[in-house]
Design a protein around this ligand. Structure first.
Ligand SMILES: [Zn+2]
Length: 109
């Protein structure tokens, strides 16, 4: 019976019911959502395509008049621990191609 009603057929032996359903939905994206996504897209499009994270207008500016850039680096100690462990296994000539590596962190103290 539930199936008949769900299909719009009505109860058994009854006349088929004409079922009309109207679905109203909230828009998935508000105007603010759309504006923010567009702003993000514009921002991303303005970034240097090399991946440095700076604006293309700065990175491609004239050497004489544009900003100065200095390069430094920091080390991800978690990645360094992983690379060290992987290199140690490689030196032992072990086949680690099926290994799943993970990194754990222990707080000091
Ligand atoms: Zn760049």
């Amino acid at each position: 019976m539930l199936l008949r009603i769900a299909l719009g057929l009505g109860p058994p032996r009854g006349k088929p019911l004409l079922v009309r359903s109207v679905t109203t939905r909230e828009p998935e994206w508000t105007e603010l959502d759309r504006a923010e996504v567009l702003a993000l897209a514009e921002y991303r499009a303005s970034l240097c395509p090399c991946g440095c994270g700076y604006l293309t207008s700065d990175t491609t500016s004239r050497w004489e008049t544009g900003p100065e850039f200095d390069a430094t680096h920091t080390t991800c100690r978690a990645r360094a621990a992983l690379v060290e462990a992987q290199n140690a296994e490689a030196e032992r000539k072990r086949d680690t191609s099926a290994w799943f590596w993970s990194i754990s962190m222990q707080e000091k103290g």
